[in-house]
Design a protein around this ligand. Structure first.
Ligand SMILES: Nc1nc2c(c(=O)[nH]1)N[C@H]1C(S)=C(S)[C@@H](COP(=O)(O)OP(=O)(O)OC[C@H]3O[C@@H](n4cnc5c(=O)[nH]c(N)nc54)[C@H](O)[C@@H]3O)O[C@H]1N2
Ligand SMILES: Nc1nc2c(c(=O)[nH]1)N[C@H]1C(S)=C(S)[C@@H](COP(=O)(O)OP(=O)(O)OC[C@H]3O[C@@H](n4cnc5c(=O)[nH]c(N)nc54)[C@H](O)[C@@H]3O)O[C@H]1N2
Ligand SMILES: [Mo]
Length: 662
């Protein structure tokens, strides 16, 4: 991303002709500068909420960690990272966990974000890059199917490609239980019952087969597993799919036919993915794309809309429980010996795979006694948040690095104040796999550290120097090491330099060679599987983890609004960003606009004013998850996990509503 000081003193991102956001930026981006000099910005370390010196904070953290490790072993100290961190930070954090702490337990909030799409893409294509094609392709697609994304609110700069696609005469189909801004602009809006996208995808495949729209020569030449997938779609005839999903047969037919017409792109976002069957849902959509011969064909394909600032890079460099840098698997002996040699340790000393995000948070205070958090606010953003808050409170040591006192920082034993985006150099990788620069625009206020400096200092105090392992606080030095560590991996950055990124306006990975261009388009000739064929995996529809019943008769789904960001730790502090908690519901449920509603699930309750919508499904209510306290949506959500990605089912649980006393 390119940042610069605007004429009015505000920090600007991008330039007018920059292709990712076309110089455009959503409101949150423009106002993020307001946080730089915010009165609530943290300026000093805190111990039990009281100001302390850095020496005191470090001494306490290191003494406690050593003590816990001695009594309970290295895995009792864990790390929780974030997809908003730069590539350099993600890389250092993964190395810090495996080498300085020697723990297997590191995971991050990306597990809550796109892990289902990542797992499905890895399974099918052997690689997980959000978009395997440049995003400008989207504007040129004849047909676009967007499943579970509200990009008009969540990715406004990107949403321009959708506008352009419609203006070019393309057909656009949006799948969402709510008539969002994005859905209303589409040619066709499919409005399924939450948690039924898998049946929908199988139903579309059934139709594509029945109407003879498959690309048989592509299937023969480029895929494996088609026969089983074909058989799996047989049971999803249109009338049955209409019964499961609520989507009319005529709309299913129109969608199937449109997808077989010219250049077609299928995209998923969190609405399809944040389910206990998210991996299989994305797999079914990938199967559909493959049956139509889309992936690798110019202007066509499947892609996942990555969410956070560095949602793509954040999942490549080793802060995932099962991963080493370069998108390598931590249980792969070749990967282990390569990365160990870059780090200067023995491969056997590297721990194996650790616990996934929710499972890690759920065992705090049990097997895990200490947690270090960088770039996440799980008190607000984790599912079944009453449970997770209790677990966090039961730790012997909770350390949070942040620039504001997030709800998680409030309950931390030690808080370390760090720099913000405009005060640090580094790189981020966008959803197209394009490595971009983040540039320091100003000096940080005095007394504030950087994440990299905190990691390096802790590592050195924990004795990494004695082991001969270096941790750098200079991002460019870290990036140079990251290049070596990723060399030969799936996400190969060996040929990416900061200089090239600057000169070329970003470089697409894989880029193994500094003298050769990166790879804007994947799959043109083959997939990243051992035999070069895409793997088709037969999947079956299954119900949501928690069905509605007479006690909890409504589906709750959750998501975002334009003016708030994530757990709200940042955006709720920005005065110019408006937005109050609400629960969106159908007028038939009998509440008045603005009336306070108590929402109860099997795990907790929340209270928010009603916002009536005649276009939402009457069996479904929606809450944004940006709010803490009584309006916290995650007090209600379920901790059911996808068996493969370990993604929680944020997008559907059963609730009941009643009028609350104001
Ligand atoms: N303003 C704003 N922008 C953001 C963020 C933010 O917090 N605020 N966060 C960023 C991040 S990290 C992410 S991951 C992205 C997320 O971007 P999106 O995925 O676009 O955002 P969500 O609102 O979580 O979910 C999208 C839609 O899924 C729908 N949905 C719910 N259940 C289902 C279902 O079962 N099936 C289908 N098909 N749809 C369903 C919801 O109604 C919602 O409109 O946004 C990024 N951009
Ligand atoms: N119910 C429900 N829950 C959800 C979702 C949903 O759709 N519904 N979506 C999920 C998704 S997709 C996501 S991505 C998560 C996001 O939720 P979180 O993981 O909580 O993400 P943020 O709110 O962005 O938290 C980032 C925190 O780190 C701080 N921070 C920002 N940048 C940095 C940095 O560079 N260094 C450090 N040290 N700190 C930094 C911020 O001030 C903030 O306190 O929420 C998940 N939770
Ligand atoms: Mo996300």
């Amino acid at each position: 991303m390119m940042l610069r000081e605007g004429a009015d003193g505000r920090v600007e991102v991008g330039s007018r002709d920059f292709p990712t956001n076309r110089g455009g930026l959503c409101q949150k981006g423009w106002t993020a500068a307001e946080l730089l000099d915010h009165p609530e910005r943290l300026t000093t370390p805190l111990i039990s909420g009281q100001p302390a010196t850095w020496d005191e904070a470090y001494s306490l953290i290191v003494a406690k960690i050593l003590d816990i490790q001695l009594t309970h072993g290295p895995d009792a100290v864990a790390v929780f990272g974030g997809g908003g961190l730069t590539n350099e930070k993600c890389y250092s954090l993964g190395k810090f966990a495996r080498v300085a702490l020697g723990t297997k337990n590191i995971d991050y909030n990306g597990r809550f974000c796109m892990s289902s799409a990542a797992a499905a893409s890895n399974r099918a294509f052997g690689i997980d890059r959000g978009l395997p094609f440049p995003m400008a392709d989207i504007a040129k697609a004849d047909t676009l199917l967007l499943v579970g994304g509200n990009v008009a609110e969540t990715m406004p700069p990107f949403a321009r490609y959708l506008t352009e696609q419609r203006e070019n005469g393309g057909v656009q189909i949006v799948v969402d239980p709510r008539a969002t801004m994005t859905a209303r602009a589409a040619t066709i809006h499919l409005q399924p019952t939450p948690g039924t996208d898998l049946a929908l995808a199988l139903g579309l495949l059934h139709l594509v087969i029945a109407e003879g729209l498959i690309d048989q020569s592509y299937l023969d030449e480029r895929t494996a597993g088609w026969e089983a997938v074909r058989a799996s779609a047989a049971g999803y005839w249109p009338a049955r799919v209409e019964r499961i999903t609520g989507v009319p047969v005529t709309d299913l037919e129109a969608t199937a036919r449109a997808l077989a017409n010219g250049r077609a792109i299928i995209l998923t976002a969190r609405g399809a993915e944040q389910h206990s069957k998210g991996v299989d849902t994305v797999t079914a959509l990938i199967n559909l794309a493959l049956a139509l011969g889309l992936p690798g064909r110019p202007g066509s394909g499947y892609g996942c809309l990555t969410g956070q600032g560095n949602g793509q890079g954040g999942r490549e460099h080793g802060q995932k429980a099962d991963q080493l840098p370069g998108y390598r698997r931590i249980d792969d002996p070749v990967a282990r010996s390569h990365v160990a040699s870059v780090w200067g340790v023995e491969p056997e000393s590297l721990p194996g795979p650790g616990l996934s995000a929710y499972e890690l948070l759920d065992c705090l205070g049990k097997e895990v006694k200490a947690l270090l958090v960088f770039g996440s606010n799980p008190v607000v953003s984790a599912p079944h948040a009453n449970n997770i808050t209790k677990r966090l409170e039961s730790l012997d040591l909770l350390v949070v690095c942040d620039f504001v006192l997030s709800e998680t920082a409030v309950i931390a034993d030690v808080v370390l104040p760090v720099t913000q985006w405009a005060e640090e150099d580094g790189t981020m990788t966008n959803l197209e796999g394009r490595v971009l620069r983040r540039r320091a625009l100003r000096e940080p206020p005095p007394g504030i550290g950087t994440d990299l400096a905190v990691i390096a200092e802790l590592a050195s105090k924990l004795g990494s120097g004695e082991k001969g392992v270096r941790f750098d606080s200079d991002p460019h030095t870290v990036f140079e090491e990251l290049r070596r560590a990723t060399a030969g991996g799936v996400a190969d950055y060996a040929g990416v330099t900061w200089e090239r990124v600057d000169a070329e306006g970003g470089v697409f990975w894989p880029c193994p060679d500094a003298d050769r261009a990166g790879t804007p388009r994947l799959f043109e000739k083959s997939f990243a599987t051992p035999d070069g064929r895409a793997r088709m995996v037969a999947v079956e529809h299954r119900p949501v983890a928690e069905e509605i019943d007479s006690d909890f008769p409504l589906y709750l789904t959750t998501g975002r609004v334009l003016t708030q960001y994530q757990s709200g730790a940042q955006s709720r502090r920005v005065k110019s960003l408006r937005g109050e908690p609400f629960i969106e519901l159908h007028p038939d449920l009998g509440f008045a606009e603005g009336q306070l509603v108590r929402v109860t699930s099997r795990r907790g309750e929340a209270v928010a004013p009603a916002r009536l919508s005649a276009t939402i499904r009457p069996d479904t209510v929606f809450m944004p998850f940006h709010y803490a306290g009584a309006a916290r949506a995650n007090s209600l959500t379920s901790d059911a996990l996808d068996p493969i990605s370990r993604m929680p089912e944020f997008k559907v649980c059963a609730v009941r509503l009643e009028a609350a006393q104001s």
